[in-house]
Design a protein around this ligand. Structure first.
Ligand code: KG4
Length: 340
């Protein structure tokens, strides 16, 4: 089954063609980083406008690169939640029109479920049930993936997402935007024990997380150093930050995987590209005999291939969107609203 998929939930416009939820025939991404860099963060209105300009061209390019004619598309999948509302609306509106014009079914896909499905591309043997850690710019979640379309959220961040913590730290340290990848690169030569940074726990909720204190700790370090005319050792601070985020995410993900007893733990989302987290997750899980599935680096960040892969399983489960399909800024991946 051939799916044309669209993703526009934040600052990447993406279109892809996938086959049977596992094979990527093409994956096109147009990043808006250059636009938002000027402002040090995503400007929602600019994001929406850029999506409008890019989406049609990307969809055509995805079909061309895949060698697929429009009439060979079996369904159109699209991210409909969560994300910047104006941005998501662009993708949803385009996908509705495309599905109508092609006379094919429309399949709404939850963005986080899409992130999880990035693992299906790299790991043909991976099937639910499994535990999954999703960490991105907007979410940090510990999931029980009971079935392809049957999710349970075990834990989530109470405030900032892990990616937001990296991005804010990078911004105050003058490293650039978005900062996760640069911090990861800097951390390679740093000492992770040099700066003591907090690891927050949420009393009575072992899988929940909080990153706002960690973010503030880095911001305070930067401000205090500036006021005192001291300089910070950036590689050491980057390494300390990566270790703090990794300790928080990896301990909860491993504990959840042990508790669920499936013997399988996957990781996905933009922050899943972090080398410290990937290494630490694999070695921690190994201690408990749990097999890890790391989403491929090229599909960790936002892309439409993952939406097409999850779209396939949503399609098989009977999920269909109508011309009344709406976009949602917030929605849990286990919400009843995901059941169409
Ligand atoms: O999944 P994604 O592309 O967008 C959302 O759905 O939010 O994730 C973007 C986030 C950004 O916060 C970015 O800084 C972070 O992923 N990121 C990383 C790395 N690469 C991207 N964070 C840590 N280490 C990395 N290597």
């Amino acid at each position: 089954m051939i799916i044309l998929s669209i993703e526009s939930s934040c600052d990447e416009t993406a279109a892809a063609v996938t086959e049977n939820g596992r094979t990527v025939l093409s994956s096109e991404i147009s990043s808006q980083i250059d636009i938002h860099t000027l402002y040090g963060g995503v400007v929602p209105e600019l994001a929406s406008r850029s999506h409008i300009q890019a989406v049609q061209k990307l969809a055509d390019l995805a079909l061309k690169d895949a060698g697929i004619r429009r009439e060979d598309v079996d369904a159109v999948a699209v991210t409909y939640a969560p994300g910047l509302i104006g941005a998501v609306l662009v993708g949803v509106s385009f996908a509705k029109s495309a599905a109508l014009a092609l006379g094919k079914p429309l399949v709404p896909v939850h963005h986080i479920r899409g992130h999880v499905a990035a693992n299906y591309i790299a790991w043909p043997e991976l099937e639910p049930p499994f535990a999954c850690l999703v960490a991105s710019g907007g979410s940090s979640l510990i999931l029980d993936v009971r079935g392809y379309t049957d999710y349970r959220v075990l834990g989530s961040t109470r405030d900032d997402a892990a990616g937001e913590c990296f991005d804010k730290a990078a911004r105050v340290l003058g490293i650039g935007y978005p900062g996760g990848a640069q911090i990861d690169a800097l951390a390679k030569t740093g000492d992770p024990e040099r700066y003591p940074l907090p690891r927050a726990k949420v009393e009575g909720h072992p899988y929940d997380m909080s990153f706002s204190g960690l973010k503030t700790a880095v911001v305070n370090l930067a401000h205090n150093a500036r006021q005192a005319g001291r300089s910070l050792d950036l590689p050491d601070l980057a390494a300390s930050l990566c270790k703090a985020v990794s300790d928080t995410l990896v301990s909860r993900a491993t504990e959840a995987a042990v508790h669920l007893g499936y013997g399988k733990l996957a990781i996905a989302g933009g922050v899943a590209a972090n080398s410290v987290i990937r290494r630490s997750l694999a070695s921690e899980a190994r201690k408990y005999g749990i097999r890890t599935y790391l989403a491929p680096l090229e599909y960790c960040g936002d892309n439409a291939a993952m939406i097409g892969c999850q779209g396939y399983y949503e399609y098989l489960a009977g999920v269909r969107g109508t011309s009344a399909l709406n976009a949602y800024a917030t929605m849990s991946p286990d919400s009843a609203l995901c059941r169409f």
